[in-house]
Design a protein around this ligand. Structure first.
Ligand SMILES: CC(C)(COP(=O)(O)OP(=O)(O)OC[C@H]1O[C@@H](n2cnc3c(N)ncnc32)[C@H](O)[C@@H]1OP(=O)(O)O)[C@@H](O)C(=O)NCCC(=O)NCCSC(=O)C1=CCCCC1=O
Length: 377
């Protein structure tokens, strides 16, 4: 730093700083808040400036968030927002399998199923978490270390940037597990990828690859993560070497099939996952972000968030109410099925059985729900 600027700081910066945090501590199990020194474009540490790395830490359950973790995230985003010395927030998760697969289905099935008033309170916290990301006073970079599914995709899309390792899949789970992707996805997806692709993602729940996410515009950068014999290679399960099929349809980023897929799986088994390029890309983006005027940057991202924020604010209260009541029937059934099912029985219900029952006016009863559980005799 120039000596003249340092002199001004010494003479004019207040000796005591007011703490604007809601609570002094932000330590919640399952969420890690870490301040890492910020770096400039040359990769050098900039003394006195940091990036806040907010980690989901529940890798055994694919970094799904429990109620306590939702609270932890709200506090963490508030802490980062208030920290004068924090330039950028990096929102990520532990491990290389999953960034987040949404709400914790065990908690949903064992506590919230059939308990709409409790889920309504949970949804207050969930909504506050999404709003905390969208309202963060610092730019938020989602470092996608692995799959981003369901509510995980929703909180990821609430971030300003998405930088992903290319083995990560993206998608929604709601209508397959008894929910609707109205925790942000139905607000953000049409804005980000257009109505038709949003419809495909939000209703059919077929995951798409990082390469496709990049092509559609959910991610601004992807990097390879698989190393074979010490060399990075693109995700071998996905078509990355050609753009069109013989009929002119886009196949770049689609999942391989047949022998090509089998060969890809063999390669994947042989390799090791290394997220160093992901970290490099994230650090570089953070460095670009601090090489700007702070207020002008803030005004810019606040304006650019508006299409997402407007849709979110328009719908979030209605969504909360609908999701709460849906815990009486479809969510109660779908989340229990995922939680109680196994790889052998399957973890989804027979959807056509339910539809056939409803088509002849069968009411929702506990007996109907039991009969739909995977493996029910
Ligand atoms: C498709 C999957 C994401 C990944 O499938 P696969 O690769 O086959 O892994 P699994 O064997 O299924 O999972 C590995 C272990 O992780 C546990 N797991 C995964 N996801 C969750 C979760 N969300 N909560 C709790 N535990 C989870 C899984 O049980 C395995 O552990 P085990 O001990 O059994 O070996 C697949 O995992 C999947 O579909 N997961 C569930 C996705 C989901 O339904 N998420 C909730 C969506 S709804 C949501 O998030 C909402 C947010 C707010 C608004 C309302 C709402 O609904």
């Amino acid at each position: 730093m120039k000596e003249t600027t340092q002199r001004v700081i010494d003479q004019t910066a207040p000796k005591h700083l007011v703490d604007h945090n809601l609570v002094p501590e932000t330590v919640v199990p399952g969420v890690i808040y870490e301040k890492r020194p910020a770096r400039n474009l040359q990769g050098e540490v900039v003394p006195g400036l940091y990036n806040a790395w907010i980690w989901l830490d529940n890798p055994k359950q694919y970094n799904s968030y429990t109620t306590d973790m939702v609270k932890g995230l709200i506090l963490a985003f508030r802490a980062a927002s208030c920290a004068r010395d924090v330039a950028t927030v990096v929102f990520t998760a532990v491990g290389d399998k999953a960034f987040c697969t949404g709400g914790n289905t065990k908690e949903y099935a064992e506590y919230y199923a059939g308990n709409p008033q409790e889920y309504r309170q949970y949804m207050r916290l969930f909504n506050d978490m999404v709003s905390a990301i969208l309202g963060c006073d610092k730019p938020v970079v989602c470092r996608v270390n692995g799959m981003r599914i369901g509510g995980g995709q929703e909180i990821g899309m609430a971030a300003d940037f998405t930088v992903a390792q290319d083995l990560a899949n993206f998608g929604q789970a709601g209508p397959k597990h008894g929910s609707a992707a109205i925790g942000g996805a139905t607000d953000f997806l049409p804005v980000m990828i257009g109505c038709e692709q949003a419809m495909v993602s939000g209703t059919l729940c077929e995951p798409f690859s990082a390469h496709k996410a990049y092509r559609l515009g959910i991610s601004s950068q992807i990097v390879p993560a698989l190393k074979i014999d010490g060399k990075f290679v693109a995700n071998p399960l996905v078509i990355t070497d050609r753009y069109l099929d013989e009929f002119g349809r886009i196949i770049h980023g689609e999942f391989k099939t047949g022998d090509e897929l089998a060969a890809g799986k063999e390669l994947l088994k042989r390799g090791e996952i290394d997220l160093s390029l992901l970290d490099e890309a994230v650090e570089k983006l953070c460095a670009k972000l601090i090489s700007t005027f702070p207020e002008c940057l803030t005004k810019s991202f606040e304006e650019l968030r508006k299409p997402k924020l407007d849709a979110w604010n328009r719908n979030k209260e209605n969504s909360r109410a609908w999701l709460a009541l849906n815990m009486m029937n479809e969510a109660r059934t779908g989340f229990r099925a995922f939680n109680e099912g196994t790889k052998e029985t399957g973890r989804e219900i027979e959807f056509t059985d339910l539809r056939q029952a409803l088509a002849v006016g069968t009411p929702w009863t506990p007996e109907l729900i039991e009969s739909l559980m995977p493996g029910a005799k």
